[in-house]
Write a new protein. Sequence first.
Length: 338
Amino acid sequence: MAIGALTPPQDDAAAQELLIEFPDNRLMVDLCGEHSRNLALIEQKLGVQIVHRGNQLAIFGEEDQSGRAVTVLQALYARLEAGRAVEPGDIDRELRMGGSETGTGTRDGDQLEMFKGGKVEIHTRKKLVEPRTDAQKAYVQSLFENELAFGIGPAGTGKTYLAVAVGVSMFIGGHVDRIILSRPAVEAGEKLGYLPGDMKDKVDPYMQPLYDALNDFLPGKQLAKLIEEKRIEIAPLAFMRGRTLSNAFVVLDEAQNATTMQMKMFLTRLGEGSRMVITGDRTQIDLPRGVPSGLADAERLLNRIPSIGFNYFTSKDVVRHPLVAAIIEAYEADTPTG
């Protein structure tokens, strides 16, 4: 592919113009997307104008934004050349991280491919998962490098989703024998009363986000079989007492709703050959008034232990609908001071 200059539109003579050429017209169609929706997304995010002419794209805009657009388009085209599709999430990732994926070094074992060339990729049975922000990339690397890691930040930043993806990847790679997912069975600000059914029926509504994540990474029949064989367990935090969790990938979700004693109990379940991930959002504590959060205590007590990874997210790392980030920022701005 080649990059050159082009005369800017008549109504914007001060705009920086760049011309980029792609050799494969078939891939060019996929790059632009249906009705040029991929180009429209890049235009919207970067404030540039992109004109499609044959196998060339002319980019008009401020110099730095035009350069970013070129970087994003080249990365997306390279993805198509490698036989991968380009989805809106891929465009979002390149817009956030364009140019930051050329890293250094590799890791050992079966994780070599994931970190080759500095790229971070999580392989599961159903899909390939790639971090979409620098904080997510650091978080995933921490999950593979540390036996105990924390992911702390607002909703929508991928804390649980990426942790479950890494757990599935390590499980299918033979690094662990089991996946254990847990969260406190705490109602989010409303009393639901007594729930009908057996114990599983009563706790499953609290565990549903964990089931949703697993369904994204494993075929339905295989997931059902693994749950039946107890090679994948999804259980409330209270069910962890008295156990030693060996050769397992263990996730505690919504950890801000664990009490101090529950958090200590859970952390001390860590056994040989296991990895443990604690995720939580300090702004969504649903514990009764006056009951301290075990996540805050763990953060305070353990953050100086070098072999424990602490990873933090902000509203800039939200990868759900763009309005979610705006909503979080609005609530943060309204937090009383002093």
